[in-house]
Design a protein around this ligand. Sequence first.
Ligand code: SAM
Length: 837
Amino acid sequence: MGGGGREGRSYRSRTQRKHFKQSRENVWKRSKADPSAPDSTDNPTWQPFATQNPAFDEYYKAQGIVAAEEWERFVEVLRKALPAAFRINSSSQFCSDIRSQLENDFMESLQAEVSEEGEAGAIRPLPWYPDNLAWQSNFSRMQLRKNQTLERFHEFLKLENEIGNITRQEAVSMVPPLFLDVQPDHFILDMCAAPGSKTFQLLEIIHQSTKPGSLPDGMVVANDLDVQRCNLLIHQTKRMCTANLIVTNHEAQHFPGCRSKSNASDKESELESNISQLLFDRVLCDVPCSGDGTLRKAPDIWRKWNVGLGNGLHSLQVQIAMRGMSLLKVGGRMVYSTCSMNPVENEAVVSEILRKCGGSVELVDVSSEIPQLIRRPGLRSWKIRDKGAWLASYKDVPKYRRTGIIPSMFPSGRSDVDPTDNGHKQENGTNGNSEDALQPTEDAMTSVEDLDVEVSDLPLERCMRLVPHDQNSGAFFIAVLQKVSPLPVVQEKSTTPQGNLVPKKDDEPRITLSNQIPEDKNGKVEVADGANEMCPEGTSEANLIDNEEEGAALEPDSFNACENHDTEETEVPVDKETGSGRTGGKRKLQMQGKWKGVDPVVFFKDETIISSIQTFYGIDESFMLYGHLVTRNSDANHVKRIYYVSKSVKDVLELNFRVGQQLKITSVGLKMFERQTSREGTTAPCSFRISSEGLPVILPYITKQILYATPTDFKHLLQYKNIKFADFVDAEFGQKASKLMMGCCVIVLKRGGNALPDPVQVDESTIAIGCWKGRASLSVMVTAIDCQELLERLLMRIETEKDKSMQENNVETAQVQDLDNTGKNEGTDSMEVGING
Ligand SMILES: C[S@@+](CC[C@H](N)C(=O)[O-])C[C@H]1O[C@@H](n2cnc3c(N)ncnc32)[C@H](O)[C@@H]1O
C-alpha cells in the first residue's frame, strides 16, 4: 500500500500558485450547499434543502446496503453536514512543520475550546491515513469565527490552503489511491481525473522517496473528458511542481493505446525509448457516477435523486472500466471507485468486468490492507428498479425497456430470455428512459419482498462500501482488480441485451455490443487504435484556448496569457511583451497539430539557448537538459517558457509522436525557464530565468549565480523584496551579490555553522529562492503570499532551533536572536527600522 511516507521525500516548490489562487474556490468560505451554514438564517428567502426522498429510502432499504436496524442511524448521519477534511501535502517542504503544528499546537488548544463548551470533537488525524497526513475538523464555520483560538486555526487553514500546503478533500475520496499500491516507478493512468484530488495524491506517492534534484521513474497520465474540469485539475496539480505528469482530454472509454508499429525507420527512436505501447502499471478508474455518497456535502442531491441516475450510468461505467483493464499491464492493479452507494454502479460493474475478462482479472481481497478503515463487504445480491417496478433478473425486463435495462445490471449478468417473451412484470406503454416514479406504488413495495433475487457467484464481498455512520464520513465504493493474464479474445457478443450469442467473424471489428469496447487486433490485449478518434463533443476550439490560457502547465505561447503573471509573480521590473508574434492583437495563429485548438508539444532543442542557460548557471552536466525540454512553440526565438519533463514523460511524448499524436495533451511538464522580457532582462547575459517551480529540481546542479544568505538577510529579502547591495547586514554577502552577473540568481538560506560547502549542498530542508541581480540591488522573484508563508515558517523553525542554538552558545545564536527581534517588527513598513531593529 502506498501512502505519504515521512522520510526521504524530495520537497517540491511552494510557488506557482497565482493561477491556482485565482481560480480555486476558497473552500474555507461558506458553501451555498452547506445546510448547516449558520448565516443562512440572516437571509429570509433562504430555505433549507430537503433532506429526504421517498424513492431514495425505498431503493436503498430494499437493496439492504445497511441492516434494517441501522437504517435510522444511517439516514440521520446522511442528513448531517460533512465534517471538513484536509490532507497535508506530503510533497510540501513544510509538511512536517504543518503536521507538528496540528499535533502539538492546534490539537491541544482546540480541544480546550471543545471541552469548555461541551461540544464533541475538535480536530483529529484520520486513523487510517498514513503518517497523520489527513485530518478531520468538526468545527462549523460559525465556531471557527467565534473565538480567538478558533480564529487562528481558521486563518491557518485559509493560508495553507491558498498556498497549497494543505488540500481540502473529502475523507473517503482519499481512500482509492491508497489501495492502488503505487510505487515510484509506476506508470499510472487516472482515467477520470478532474478536479484532481486523487491525481495529486498519486503524484505525492510517486515523488515520496525521490531525493532532491532527482525525479521518480514513474509518471501519471491524468485524463478527463471535460475541458473546464481539466483546468481545475491542472490548477490542482500545478502545486505539485512535477515533471512526471501528462494531462489529457479524452473520453476515457476510448483512451488511445498509442501502439507503435515498429519498422526500420523507428529503430533510432526505439533505441532511445523503451516503450512501444502505452500500458500502465496502475489504473485509477474513478468513474462518473450518480454521487449519492456525497449527499452530506451536496444536499441538493436529495431533491434530484432518482433510480434512473444510476441505471443510466452503468453502461458508461463498464465501458470506462473495460478500457482501463485493456490499458493495464499484466500483473497490474486497477482500482474501480465511485462516490455512489448504488449496486448497479458498483457491484454490477465489477461483476461485468470479471465476466468479460474471464479468469484474466481477479477481484483482490484487500481486507488486510488499511485495517483501521471501517468498510462493509460488497453485495452479492441486488435488484433493479425501473419505471416503478422491481426487477430480479433480466427476464423480468419488459421488451420495450431492454435497451435501457441490460443484463449486466443484474447479479448473474445472464441474458437468457425467451425471445417470444415480452417481459411479464408490466407494460405501461411509455418508452421513456429511466426516470423513476416519484412515489413508489403499494404493489412495487409488496413485490420487492417476493422477488426471487439473483445471487452472484463472484466474490463480490471483496469489494468495499464505506458508509457514513461508520466513521462520520461520506460514502464511497472501492474495488481492487488485478490483471493476472492477457485479456481473452472476445469471440462472442457475450451479454447482448437480446442474449443472442453471435460468433465473431475475423474481418469484423471486435466489439462487444453491451459495452462497445473496441478490441485489439491480436486479441490478446484489447487496446483501441485511437488514431481515428475525433475531438469529443464539447471540446470546441474556443474552449481549449480558454483552457490553456487559464492554466495549462505547458501553455501555448499565447501572449495575453502571461503578462500579468510576470508582473505579479515577480518584483523584478518586467516590461510588457513586445508583441512580436501577435496577429492583430489577437492570439497568434496556432500551429497545425492533430488536435484542433491544442498546440502540439514539441521538444526544445535550440543548442544556443540551452548552452547559454547551462553556462550562465553553471548547470552540472549530470543534469539532463537535452531531450527533456519541451515547449508549445517550434520557433525558438519566440519561446517564452521552457518546460522540463522526466524520462518517463519524455518516453511517452516520443511514443506519441511515433503514433501520430494520438494523445490530446492539455498540459505537460514543469515550468523550468522563463524568458525575461524586461529591459534589464534583455540585456542580461542569459535571457532565461529559472522559474520558482523548477528551482527545487535544478537547484542541486547549479554552480554559478548562487549564494548563501544569513537568516537575517534572507528574512529581509522576503520582507522588503528589494535590497540595495550596501544595505545587507552581512556586508560580505552584499559584496558577493554585487559581483554576480546581471540576471537571475539563487539565494540559499544559510543554516548551521559558518563552514559552507562550495558548491552549495542541497537537502530536504534547503530553502532557496530565485532573485534578480540588478544594477544596484537584489530583488526577490517570489509571490507575496509565498514570501509571507516562508517568513512564518522560518520564524517557527527558528523558534524551535533557538533553544538548541542558545545551548551551544555559538555565533549562530546571535543571528537567531537578531532574526527573532526583527520578527517582532513584522508590522513595520520601514526597511531601515527592520534592519536596524
Ligand atoms: C467522480 S469525478 C472524478 C473525481 C476525480 N477522480 C478526483 O478525485 O478529483 C468523474 C469525472 O469523470 C469525468 N468524465 C465524465 N465522463 C467521462 C468520460 N467518458 N471519460 C473521461 N472522463 C469522464 C467528469 O468530467 C468528472 O470530472
